[in-house]
Design a protein around this ligand. Structure first.
Ligand SMILES: [Zn+2]
Length: 195
C-alpha cells in the first residue's frame, strides 16, 4: 500500500491516495474529518505528496471550521434552574434543527445528493425516515446521541434517497460513506427509545 506522511495542525497524517482513471488530483475533507486524496493512476507518489502539501493551508482551515460546528450538550441547557422544562426543550429542539440540517447538508454535499425537504420534529418510535417524495424526517433527539451515531442516522436516511429499501445495494451505499457503519449501528441498537 503506498502512502506518505503530511503534517497538519501539528499532527502527522498518513495519507493513502485512492487511484482512479482521471487526469487531475483531488483533495477532500470528509464530514468526520478524514482526508481523502484521489490521484490519477500512474502519477508518481512524490507529485501527489507535493500537491497535498500545497493544500495544507486549506485543509487546516476546513478542519478548524469542522471543529467549530457545535454539538448539543445537555449540560449547556441545564444551567437555568428557574426555567420550565418545556422551554428548555423548546430551545433544544430549535438548536437541534439547525445542527441536524447543517450536518445533513454537509454529508449530502459530499455524496452529491440532497433531499427535497428536511423536517426535524419529535417522533415517538423512530430516529429518522425518508419518503419516496424525497423528504427526510429526523427526530430532534438524534443530537443527543454521540456524533458518530447521529451521523449514521443521517447517512442512512440520505442513502434511502438512492435506494428506498434495505437491500444489499443500500448497505453498500452506506458502507461507501461510513465503512464502520456496523459499529455505529450496534451502538444505536443499544440505546433505548424513551420519548
Ligand atoms: Zn432505513
Amino acid at each position: 500500500m503506498e502512502f506518505f506522511d503530511v503534517k497538519i495542525r501539528k499532527t502527522v497524517y498518513r495519507i493513502k491516495p485512492i487511484r482512479r482513471k482521471r487526469k487531475s488530483m483531488q483533495i477532500e475533507i470528509e464530514p468526520d474529518g478524514k482526508i481523502k486524496v484521489v490521484a490519477p493512476i500512474g502519477m508518481p507518489i512524490c507529485l501527489v505528496k507535493s500537491f497535498v502539501e500545497s493544500k495544507v493551508g486549506w485543509v487546516e482551515k476546513t478542519m478548524n471550521k469542522l471543529d467549530q460546528m457545535d454539538w448539543i450538550r445537555l449540560d449547556d441547557f441545564k444551567n437555568s434552574p428557574c426555567e420550565s422544562l418545556e422551554s428548555v426543550e423548546d430551545r433544544m429542539k430549535a438548536k437541534a434543527e439547525s445542527v441536524l440540517k447543517e450536518r445533513l447538508c454537509l454529508y449530502g454535499k459530499s455524496m452529491g445528493i440532497q433531499p427535497n425537504k428536511v423536517i426535524v420534529k419529535s417522533q415517538k418510535k423512530r430516529w429518522g425516515s425518508c419518503s419516496s417524495s424525497g423528504i427526510i424526517r429526523l427526530n430532534w433527539k438524534c443530537v443527543l446521541l454521540k456524533p458518530e451515531v447521529m451521523d449514521y442516522i443521517i447517512v442512512h436516511e440520505l442513502c434511502h434517497l438512492r435506494e428506498m429499501n434495505h437491500s444489499k445495494l443500500f448497505w453498500k451505499e452506506v458502507e461507501k460513506i461510513l465503512p464502520d457503519y456496523k459499529d455505529r449501528q450496534d451502538q444505536l441498537k443499544k440505546i433505548k427509545f424513551e420519548c
